[in-house]
Design a protein around this ligand. Structure first.
Ligand code: CDP
Length: 516
């Protein structure tokens, strides 16, 4: 196919019509630097099909500049940009002019108005209409190119979350992937606008990443952030603060305490150049909650997902099953709460090989990994799992395991009761018929007998009913969970979706992107 620069829509349309490919799209305003290169490299690395094409657009969008901003002097050198992009894997550069993007002028096209709750924050406070311009042009570009995937940098975090929301609200079927801010050897974030800085301004500007880095270091040690200290470092270096805030990274609302994932965001003026930078603060590694009904395929995908992330895998169902096995094995009446309490308070429940796929569960030093999958345990487990003492004991144990984060937990009540502050919540489900089929395959593999798929479906439906109707911590979708219906999806499809959801909630700076 070769590498080429396309300038007109006619040429682009011809080229697209000859292609039987899907497009990974990296929109830019030119002035390419190592940050853009990183996005192109990532796109190249993560091509999942041989017929994917990486298209980098270069369009200095007038709609996102206000009158007194730098539209005219914004760096423009297509040949230099193309050389840089092609070197790291771009297949085509699309560099349209204004009328190619807005035939008949911008007033002949729909314009997007970003909700005030997202626009009138951080960068949008000072740059009225800026994000409306960004959103309007991205819709035009997407309309023309129809990509499969859009790749954006996390440096412009507010832009990223606005575009994510825009695509979600308009049901635009394009996946968005984002990658972390790239920095030079001094820690200074690459930006096309850095070229405006004089040598002496560059020295002052370094105070921006340094102050942020120092604040993050202090946060990691003492769990506090001193905004006044950051402000004074910036001022000492002649940087005029536009904003310096700790906000929720998704709603952008200001936070007065650091719980969950927080964004420390800063914008300053260095001379006449506006610079932004940020970091993420978090008091522990991410926690992912995967809940859902029986046989939804949670175990298989959760295990594989945890492995790809390098996280602990926590199968809470196995804990309820192990306790049930112990009760059956000791011939305890499942409704005798006193006896159950007695035996459990002196029992030892532990996982071995918590990070491995071949995880084992032991109760009182007995390996019950296979035994807990028996139909006998399965038919009794919901009865045991509804008991207050059992739930309190196991919930606490689960919370201790997840204390430092870095864990993917699956169950029924993870996102609602065990880790209500989990960073990513997924409700994994499938139709009862699909789930019964999956359960049959699983039982066959383990060598257990069952009468028919219809009976399995009925057993599954009854267990769901019991789990959903119990008083304490019932099976239910957390209000902030993303539902994933997996009928017709294989394990790899589900995993891809999980990784995609994970990356929409956890910035790359906090945790690197797992391999597909
Ligand atoms: O693998 P399967 O879908 O059959 O279920 P499981 O995850 O092994 O869980 C077995 C049973 O444990 C469920 O039906 C629930 O009654 C109980 N359970 C629970 O109450 N809370 C959890 N967090 C996990 C499981």
């Amino acid at each position: 196919m070769g590498q080429k620069i396309i300038k007109t829509n006619a040429e682009l349309t011809d080229w697209l019509s000859e292609l039987n490919s899907s497009i990974i799209f990296i929109p830019t305003m030119g002035g390419l630097h190592a940050g853009h290169q990183y996005l192109i490299e990532k796109a190249t690395e993560r091509k999942t099909k041989t017929n994917q094409i990486i298209l980098v657009s270069i369009f200095v969008n007038p709609l996102q500049f206000s009158k007194d901003e730098d539209f005219k002097k914004y760096p423009r050198d297509i040949n230099r940009d193309a050389e840089l992009a092609f070197k790291v894997g771009a297949d085509v550069i699309w560099a349209p002019d204004y009328f190619e993007v807005f035939p008949g002028g911008e007033n002949s096209h729909f314009k997007i108005q970003v909700p005030e709750t997202l626009h009138k924050k951080l960068c949008g406070e000072e740059r009225s209409g800026h994000f409306d311009g960004v959103a309007t042009v991205i819709i035009r570009l997407i309309r023309i190119i129809r990509p499969e995937k859009l790749i954006l940098g996390e440096k412009d975090w507010q832009q990223l979350i606005i575009i994510r929301r825009l695509f979600q609200d308009l049901s635009i079927p394009v996946n968005i992937e984002s990658y972390s801010t790239q920095r030079d050897e001094n820690g200074f974030a690459y930006s096309s606008r850095n070229s405006y800085l004089s040598d002496s301004e560059r020295v002052n500007a370094l105070a921006l990443p340094n102050a942020i880095k120092e604040a993050k270091r202090e946060f990691e040690k003492k769990k506090i952030i001193n905004l006044k200290k950051i402000a004074s470092i910036l001022k000492e270096n002649n940087l005029k603060i536009e904003y310096l805030k700790i906000v929720d990274p998704f709603s952008l609302k200001e936070k007065d305490n650091i719980n969950g994932l927080c964004l420390l965001a800063v914008a300053v003026k260095c001379g006449s150049t506006r610079l932004i930078d940020h970091t993420f603060l978090m008091h522990r590694k991410p926690i992912i909650a995967i809940d859902g009904p029986a046989g939804a395929g949670k175990s298989t995908v959760t295990k594989a997902f945890a492995k790809r992330l390098g996280f602990i895998y926590l199968d809470t169902g196995a804990m309820y099953r192990a306790v049930t096995w112990l009760i059956i094995n000791n011939s305890i009446d499942p409704s005798d709460q006193v006896e159950i309490k007695n035996i459990l308070k002196d029992s030892k429940l532990e996982f071995k090989n918590a990070r491995g796929v071949e995880q084992k569960i032991f109760i009182n030093n007995i390996d019950v990994t296979e035994k807990i999958r028996s139909p006998e345990v399965t038919s009794m487990v919901s009865e045991i799992a509804k008991q207050k003492f059992v739930r309190e004991l196991l919930t606490l144990k689960q919370q201790v395991i997840g204390n430092d984060g870095g864990l993917v937990a699956e169950g029924r009540d993870i996102g609602t009761a065990v880790f209500p502050d989990a960073n990513v919540k997924i409700f994994l489900t499938a139709s009862p018929t699909e789930r019964a089929k999956r359960r049959a395959i699983d039982l066959n593999k383990r060598g257990y007998e069952f009468s028919s798929i219809e009976d399995l479906e009925q057993e599954i439906t009854e267990r769901d009913k019991k789990d959903s109707e119990r008083k304490i911590a019932p099976l239910k979708k957390a209000q902030d969970a993303i539902e994933l219906v997996t009928d017709g999806m294989n394990i790899e499809d589900v995993l891809k979706e999980l990784i995609y959801i994970f990356r929409s909630k956890i910035p790359e700076e906090v945790w690197p992107t797992p391999n597909l």
